[in-house]
Structure formats: structure tokens, C-alpha cells
Write a protein that binds this ligand. Structure first.
Ligand code: URP
Ligand code: ZN
Ligand code: ZN
Ligand code: ZN
Length: 510
């Protein structure tokens, strides 16, 4: 059915519920190159009831099976976007893509799962979780949750336990920026890191120095700079580098893994590289906007154009993106997110007289898979197996849902894409599936096109039309203690025993 152009999100599936709602479909994907993070080979993939049953050459099936010919194409795990904000209340408004429109856009771009950030309600994790559960009822693809921590007391500490042990959340985000709203202080970060460590949950940070950002904003306003360019000028890379270094050092002090979200600058990336060299477990997540855009459009005299590029940390000067791409190909950065957080032109205009009021965020959930393919694989920076790793498998491993997700293996969920490397894509707001009326990648063209998306064993995107049903997406519970936690007790024990001798000496001397 017709589903193209922004704001044409269908509310209901065009098919009867018997077809959309059931999961008895049998599918055979024939003759493609099946790619996993560890290996690629020409093989068939047989799917039944939403699960991959078999991956091997020349599978024969009966005629009750739908056969898709993938000859000459790549058959890969659907993308997993580790960083999105659907239907989030933020900066006096709410992101325009909800769990249906944002996910429909994702599926049209080859992403079959995302992890969204639950924002607590007045600091309450339980209330936040319930609110997001309600928002996500209309889901048409699988999703998981991270949880932000915005205040600290005994109740929050107890709620963190409940989230991990009963609600399927294994990661918590701490905002070191957004002073006056989401920002937390180092004292809270330390408590949070300790709690994450005891629960086996991954601590994530938005790393910018919020106090210094407020100072930088004041400087700009005092200079009479009120337009979108003031956003970039007020929060330079050094503030991202400082907060990244601080969070890394505190995580090292507590001896707990750390995940740095939306790494946007060389400054932050180099702090991550340095920590990794010393053996610390730090995960770095670049986002597509930071990899492929630069800040030049923030100076566009047309406010509507300039404002759509406002996100935090800001999109940086030319050079940062290239360096982040190189870090991604070297493994300093491990997986790519989007920070999909869309506001339309009317919402962005809240800041027409003052850049501090422009809602922060850009699109990307639909564009990620194509832009990463074109930028990284087509331009020879990474292999096709690496592509699968950075768009899907690594995310599944970090959030402890591999190999159910992130793999084309017997037993894995049938979330699969077929990508034609010889086809091409073009991005424009006129045909994208997000509800927003602009696109930060407007006019971009490239090689490689997702021609089929299969989610939960169903073809939901055929290269031109979506077949999606609200309510068909599942909540994916993510268990704690991923591989990142291996060996932590040993390091703690070694540290404690290293203290024993000097403490004994000290006691003997007094
Ligand atoms: O500008 C951004 N990044 N908006 C979303 C909130 C966040 O900081 O991730
Ligand atoms: Zn339906
Ligand atoms: Zn953030
Ligand atoms: Zn974000």
C-alpha cells in the first residue's frame, strides 16, 4: 500500500490481522552471501515462525514456503540502533516520531531493533518505565530500554535493582550536560557507577561539562550571538573531551565498564583510545551525524535549515567526522548509533530568537544502515563482516542479547536484511518515513540499498512499501553481566591485596 513521503504513516496494516498478527510464515532466502560478524559464505537461510531454522547451501523446501532470491546480494542481520529517543519529552516539547512512526522508518532503512532511553518521571524510574511501556504499545519492531538516572536517593538505588532484576534493563545513562534539567553531579555519577557495578549493568554517559556549557552559552548571548551557530560555539570539543576524560577516570577508579554515547569529537575519541590502551573497558559509540556531517550548515542564514543540525554534543568542524570514521575502522569506537531525536521545523522554531531553546536532536534511524554502508564499506574503510559487527552484532553483545539478535544463525530471531551493493539510495524528506518535515541528510546519494527487511520472520519492507502493524513489536529483556563484566572481581581482589601490605605497615608504625 502507499507509504511514502513524510507524515504518511499508516495507522493500520493493510493486511488482515490473520496475516499480520500470526507468525506461522515460512521463508527461504536463496543464494545470497550470508554475512555474520565472524564469517561470510554463500548460503540459503530458512525461517519458520519468526526464527532462523537453518543456514546452509541448497536448502530444499515445499511450495508452502515463500522464496526470496538473494543472488548477488548480501543477507545480513537487521541493524540494531543502540541510541534513540522516540516520543521523548524534551526541551519543552516532544520528539515527533513515536514508537510506531520511528520504528516504521527504521524498518524501511534496514534496522530491526532499537534501544530507547527511558526518562524517569520526576526522578522515578518506576513511573518512567510504566510511561514508556505505554508509549511502546504501538511498536512494530523489537525494542529494548536503557534508563536515565536524573536524581539520587535510596528509592532510586532500589529502583535500579528492580529495573535490572525484574524489568529487563541492563544499562543506565548519566547526563553530565543539560544543567537544570537532566544533568547530574560527580557525586551522583560515583554512586551510580558503584550501583551499576554491583548490578552488572552498563553505565553510559552523555559527556559534556554542563557547567562550562552554561558559561559558554552566556558568553555567546553576551556577544549578541543568538542564532544556531551559537550552539556550536558555546560547547566546543574541549568540553566534551573534559567530561569524557572525567567519566572514564571515575569509571576506572570504581573499576566498572563505561559506555560513552554519541562520541562527536577527536578530543573525546582520543580519551577513549588512551583508556583502552591502558586496559580499561570503555565502549565508544559514534552516531551517524557525527561521522558524516560537519558544522557548516549551522551558519546557514536560513534558520530552518541551520536549526535542524542542532544536537548535543554539537556536530563538529570538518575533520572530526573523518577521524571518528578512522577510529571506527580501527576498533577504538565499536558500534554506530543514531541518537534519532526528531523535531519538526515548527518545534525547532521554539529557539528562533535564542539558540538555547532550539530542541536538540537530529534524525537518522532510517538512514544509518545506508550511510554507514556507503561511507565505510563502499569507500573501503571496513569489510562487510565489520559492517555487520558495527551495525548489529556488537550492540547485541554489549547489551547481552547475542546470538538471539545480531546474527544469522540457526536459533536466532529472523531479523534479516537483503542489501544490494549495486543498487543506490537517495535521501530526501519528501520520501523518508519519519514524521519530521526535514532531513539532515537531504539530497545525499550513495551506493548500496536495503531491498528487503525481514522482522520477526516477516517481510516488512520490500524496497518500496512497508507492511507494518502496531503492536507486532516485542519488548526484548536484556540480562545483566555481559562479557564486559568478566574479570572485574579479580581486578578488585588484586587491588585490595595491593593495599594490604602498606596498610599493615602503617598500622604497625602507629
Ligand atoms: O541532541 C541530542 N543529543 N538530543 C537527545 C538527547 C541526548 O543528549 O542524547
Ligand atoms: Zn494488521
Ligand atoms: Zn546525550
Ligand atoms: Zn541521545
Amino acid at each position: 500500500f502507499p507509504f511514502s513521503g513524510s507524515q504518511q504513516v499508516p495507522e493500520f496494516c493493510a493486511y488482515g490481522e490473520s496475516e499480520c498478527g500470526s507468525s506461522s510464515s515460512k521463508l527461504l532466502i536463496k543464494g545470497g552471501t550470508v554475512v555474520n560478524a565472524h564469517h561470510q559464505e554463500v548460503a540459503d537461510v530458512y525461517v519458520e515462525d519468526g526464527i532462523i531454522v537453518s543456514v546452509q547451501p541448497n536448502i530444499n523446501v515445499g511450495d508452502d514456503v515463500t522464496v526470496l532470491d538473494a543472488t548477488g546480494k548480501y543477507v545480513m542481520p537487521g541493524g540494531i540502533d543502540p541510541h534513540t529517543h522516540l516520543e521523548m519529552e524534551f526541551m519543552g516539547t516532544e520528539t515527533i516520531d513515536d514508537f510506531f512512526s520511528g520504528q516504521a522508518a527504521a524498518l524501511a532503512g534496514g534496522t530491526t531493533m532499537h534501544i530507547d532511553f527511558v526518562i524517569p518521571v520526576n526522578g522515578s524510574l518506576t513511573a518512567g518505565f510504566e510511561a514508556y511501556k505505554k508509549k511502546a504499545k504501538k511498536s512494530c519492531m523489537d525494542y529494548g530500554f536503557h534508563m536515565a538516572i536524573t536524581k539520587w536517593d535510596e528509592i532510586v538505588a532500589r529502583e535500579m535493582e528492580i529495573m535490572v532484576q525484574e524489568k529487563g534493563i541492563n544499562s543506565f545513562k548519566f547526563f553530565l550536560a543539560y544543567k537544570g534539567s537532566l544533568m547530574i553531579r560527580d557525586e551522583l555519577l560515583l554512586e551510580g557507577l558503584k550501583k551499576c557495578k554491583s548490578l552488572g549493568a552498563l553505565a553510559m554517559v552523555h559527556a559534556e561539562n554542563g557547567d562550562a556549557v552554561a558559561e559558554g552559552q552566556k558568553r555567546m548571548i553576551d556577544l549578541g550571538v543568538t542564532g544556531p551557530e551559537g550552539h556550536a560555539l558555546s560547547r566546543p570539543p574541549v568540553l566534551e573531551g573534559e567530561a569524557t576524560a572525567r567519566a572514564i577516570r571515575l569509571a576506572g577508579f570504581v573499576n566498572v565498564p563505561l559506555y560513552v554515547v554519541h562520541v562527536m569529537s577527536i578530543d573525546a575519541m582520543e580519551e577513549i583510545a588512551k583508556a583502552q590502551k591502558s586496559g580499561q573497558k570503555v565502549v565508544g559509540e559514534p552516531v551517524v551525524s557525527g561521522l558524516v556531517l560537519d558544522d557548516s550548515e549551522l551558519w546557514n542564514p536560513d534558520f530552518t535549515i541551520a536549526a535542524k543540525y542542532v544536537m548535543s554534543p554539537p556536530i563538529r568542524k570538518p575533520g572530526h567526522g573523518k577521524a571518528l570514521q578512522a577510529a571506527l575502522s580501527r576498533g577504538v569506537l565499536q558500534l554506530v548509533g543514531t541518537d534519532h531525536c526528531t523535531f519538526n521545523s515548527t518545534q525547532k522554531a521554539l529557539g528562533i530568537d535564542d539558540f538555547r531553546k532550539i530542541p536538540n536532536g537530529v534524525n537518522g534511524i532510517e538512514e544509518r544502515m545506508h550511510l554507514v554502508w556507503d561511507t565505510m564499506v563502499e569507500w573501503g574503510q571496513i569489510s562487510v563482516t565489520d559492517y555487520v559487527r558495527i551495525t548489529s552484532t556488537e550492540c547485541a553483545r554489549i547489551f547481552n542479547i547475542y546470538p538471539r539478535k545480531g546474527a544469522i544463525l540457526a536459533g536466532s530471531d529472523a531479523d534479516i536484511i537483503i542489501l544490494n551493493p549495486n543498487s543506490s539510495f537517495e535521501i530526501t524528506a519528501a520520501t523518508h518515513h519519519s514524521r519530521t518535515d526535514t532531513n539532515v541528510y537531504e539530497g545525499r546519494k550513495g551506493k548500496g540499498k536495503v531491498e528487503v527487511t525481514i522482522a520477526g520472520g516477516k517481510v516488512v519492507w520490500d524496497g518500496s512499501a512497508l507492511k507494518v502493524a502496531p503492536g507486532s513489536g516485542k519488548y526484548i529483556e536484556m540480562p545483566p553481566f555481559s562479557h564486559l563484566f568478566n574479570g572485574i572481581e579479580k581486578a578488585d581482589a588484586a587491588y585490595l591485596s595491593s593495599l594490604r601490605a602498606p596498610v599493615r605497615r602503617l598500622k604497625a608504625a602507629t
